[in-house]
Design a protein around this ligand. Sequence first.
Ligand SMILES: [Zn+2]
Ligand SMILES: [Zn+2]
Length: 275
Amino acid sequence: MQAVILGSGVPFPDPERAGASTLVRTSAGDLLFDCGRAVLMRAAAVGASAAALRAVFLTHLHSDHITDFNDVITTRWIMSLQPNPLPVVGPSGTATLVEATEAMLEPDIRYRITHHDDLTWPPSAEVTECEHGTVLADGVVTVTAAPTDHAPVRPTVGYRVDDGDASVVIAGDTVPCPGLDELCAGADMLVHTVIRRDLLEPLNVPRLNDVFDYHSTVEDAAQTAARGGVGTLVLTHLVPAPRPEAEQEWSDRARAHFDGTVVVARDLVTLDVGA
Ligand SMILES: [Zn+2]
Ligand SMILES: [Zn+2]
């Protein structure tokens, strides 16, 4: 199993960092976690396509995690030669998001069905709303959801993918919480969104100060990884995004609380899970 950080960025546009998205390549196919800005451009760089995705999983419905969901729906539809419903898993509200996305795309769907003789069906999705429990079981691959804490954004979920003996957790945006601890227990890898409060606080920007109470700091994420006995901690969705020369400082802060391997994500970093 491999984890590919497709987008390590945040709402601030950054030419080096696409929006939040992680691809997990399993023996049951490619699983996409969140669909931030430019997700399919980054997916194309590693030979992954919307048409071939086994399923899409949403951690929550914040815009920076779903901006390009409509692109995944549309591209899968127009690049498939037969109906190819997209399995979409997410917290409560996901079905409404899918319906609204399809409604927004209605003119495009109508134009293309009218124009292409061999395209006679609209895009479709198979939605599963779940906040706790098994959300996919396919051969030796299972995906488990558990509630996270990104209040006042509710509900939010994290996911754990088990492929044989290998396991990776996608935390999404959250503060430390029991649901995430449950997913992390004994996992090989934890992909966790993080902020640096020590860098943001001195800026004294009210809208930035608001993010402190619903995101994990690097230290929080490291402590979560340590509690779970995780092998590798991947820091992503980095606020503020570090320059390459500052990455060491980010990983040093994590290592002060966590003995395993620390990776400061850049877009397209590809990691073997459980190897
Ligand atoms: Zn969020
Ligand atoms: Zn976010």
